[in-house]
Design a protein around this ligand. Structure first.
Ligand code: SF4
Length: 289
């Protein structure tokens, strides 16, 4: 049986950078506090915890004083930075540069919309850490839409500035953009004020086409990801669509030997939060079947 790890899977550059920052800090200090789970992958968290990483929720920051805190790749809302300043917490910035840029753009669009009475709309999963950080740039006033079915909460008579969470599907985002264009098409020309921004990260969207090919060139696909990873769920849905023999696992203990009976080629892929070492561990176990 030939087992291949998808060369285009695993950590995106934003997550890679945050993990490197954490590892460097842990070399100098025996403890490091991360605001929220550093990555949506329990296996990687367990590995870093062994080296001294501790995870706290943003609410816990009120009880901390004079310690260093790491901001993960998803970013944080301004309130976290305010609490850090109040409590003398030193920030170690691990926010992905792409997310930082997006936060800045949303903040500027919010200023503009405040003056014109318009709305900032974010296509994203409410409650997702990145979305909480983005929402914070608008004093929590942006409208969050989870999908095309939520468009009725937007007032199409008012200006609209649309953004997307970085890991959302490009196809779904384009459908939303088209639908909003349809809705504003019939307004008086002076009321038509809709702008949208390409805020979906290429590190996820560019993987889709390659992943489709990878799924078709292997009989069985094992997709390795944390259960609460948004892009993990999204990329796995692509695998399942392309190859019915696709299985979602979080660690090698989830593997089932019967999946590989009479199989000659197995492909292993993972989310932007899946460490390479974990996929290698899975590949090793499958090779022994
Ligand atoms: S998916 Fe893109 S935006 Fe999100 S952390 Fe990774 S590189 Fe940054």
């Amino acid at each position: 049986m030939k087992v291949t790890i998808d060369p285009d899977s695993g950590f995106c550059f934003g997550v890679k950078k945050t993990i490197e920052i954490a590892e460097n800090e842990l070399k100098q200090n025996s403890k490091l506090i991360c605001v929220g789970e550093i990555v949506h992958n329990q296996e990687e968290i367990k590995r870093l915890e062994k080296n001294g990483l501790k995870t706290v929720s943003p609410n816990d920051l009120e009880n901390l004083n004079k310690v260093d805190i790491l901001i993960r790749a998803h970013g944080e809302p301004p309130s976290t930075y305010e609490t850090a300043e109040r409590n003398n917490l030193k920030i170690i910035e691990g926010t992905c540069p792409i997310v930082l840029k997006l936060q800045d753009k949303i903040g500027k669009a919010y200023e503009e919309m405040r003056e014109t009475g318009g709305q900032v709309v974010i296509f994203g999963k409410s409650g997702h850490p990145e979305v909480i950080g983005l929402l914070g740039q608008t004093e929590n006033n942006a409208i969050i839409i989870n999908g095309i079915g939520d468009l009725n909460i937007i007032d199409f008579q008012k200006p609209i500035r649309l953004f997307a969470q970085t890991t959302k599907s490009k196809t779904d985002y384009h459908e939303i953009i088209e639908e909003i264009y349809e809705k504003v098409k019939f307004l008086n020309s002076d009321k038509k004020d809709f702008e949208h921004y390409n805020s979906i990260c290429g590190q996820v969207s560019n993987r889709v086409l390659k992943l489709k090919n990878f799924c078709q060139s292997n009989e069985v696909i094992i997709f390795v990801s944390g259960k609460n990873s948004s892009n993990g769920k999204y990329l796995y849905s692509i695998c399942k669509e392309m190859n019915l023999n696709s299985y979602f696992i979080s660690s090698d203990s989830d593997l089932d030997e019967t999946w590989f009976e009479n199989v000659k080629t197995v492909g292993i892929s993972g989310a932007t939060s899946t460490p390479q070492w974990l996929m290698e561990q899975v590949a090793k176990k499958i090779s022994r079947y």
